[in-house]
Design a protein around this ligand. Structure first.
Ligand code: HH2
Length: 277
């Protein structure tokens, strides 16, 4: 039985229907919306709009992890993140997750009101991340990634991508539990686009039920990604995103991380109604 809700300090996220996590990037270089939300006032307005359009939670990031992205220092990440996080926290009541691989950034974010940590390295980048989440009772997203953002798309290789991702996620969930994170606060993510070919991404989506069968809420991030239309600009991949979001929601993804909340709210409303029927 999949979990029906995810409890956070700012209230529960209802998982009985597919829930949308709106993406807010306080970065100058994100692949589809770089620069859009560096300004705290503008970020707060975008956050309020996303919530009005149907986002159940928001994910704030201050370091791009797109293929080829240049890593940023802890100081720079904090300088970008904290003013935006504080303004967004004051503007919207929904749970806020913070997309970071750094324990110091996560600790400051939790102090400033973050409810969930979204770590694309699944606690491998920086020591102490899992312990921090365990100690503070903060839910954590554990995502699969092969390699590092700077080079991960150079030559992704798997003998069996589905088996490897599942075994990785199982191992990281066990590591989080050992560090004191209770199972109800662990969310798994197959890491679509992170060290994967287009064929790997499609295979993982096709096998998503097996990821959901691990028993934790599953988050999937397909929004505007390259494999959905390599010849199009990111903003032109909305229909492809809709197809992948509908599929993922129908195959066990309870949290969908998306840029286009209004459009994807329609997609998950219909998909959720079909699942519920
Ligand atoms: N995708 C991106 C960033 N963070 N986190 C999780 N858990 N899952 C994802 O699929 C995921 C993620 C990439 O998207 P975006 O934030 O739009 O781009 P960038 O990393 O360039 O800021």
């Amino acid at each position: 039985m999949p979990p029906r809700s995810l409890a956070t300090r700012s209230g529960s996220i209802d998982l009985s229907r597919p829930a949308l996590v709106g993406i807010l990037n306080a970065t100058p270089d994100s692949f589809s919306d770089g620069g859009a939300c560096l300004d705290p006032g503008h970020a707060a307005a975008v956050a309020a709009e996303m919530v009005a359009e149907g986002a159940s939670a928001l994910d704030l990031g201050a370091e791009s992890t797109r293929p080829g992205a240049i890593p940023v220092s802890t100081e720079e990440e904090l300088r970008r993140l904290l003013p935006v996080l504080r303004r967004v926290r004051a503007a919207v009541p929904v749970p806020l997750s913070v997309d970071t691989r750094k324990t110091r950034v996560a600790a400051a974010a939790i102090e400033a009101g973050a409810d969930v940590i979204n770590d694309v390295s699944a606690g491998r980048f920086d020591g102490g991340m899992l312990e921090l989440c365990g100690r503070t009772g903060t839910p954590i997203v554990l995502m699969h990634m092969q390699g590092e953002p700077a080079t991960m798309q150079h030559a992704p290789r798997y003998a069996d991508v589905v088996a490897e991702v599942i075994s990785f996620l199982r191992e990281r969930a066990a590591a989080a539990a050992t560090a004191g994170v209770i199972p109800e606060r662990i969310i798994l993510d197959p890491g679509i686009g992170f060290g994967k070919t287009a064929a790997d991404n499609f295979r993982l989506l096709a096998a998503l039920d097996a990821v959901a069968a691990l028993g934790y809420p599953v988050l999937v991030g397909v929004s505007r990604k390259r494999f959905l239309g390599p010849d199009r600009e990111p903003g032109e991949r909305i229909f492809g995103t809709a197809a992948a979001v509908a599929w993922a929601a129908a195959h066990g993804a309870q949290l969908l991380r998306v840029h286009d909340v209004r459009a994807m709210a329609e997609v998950v409303a219909v998909t959720g109604a079909i699942i519920g029927a």
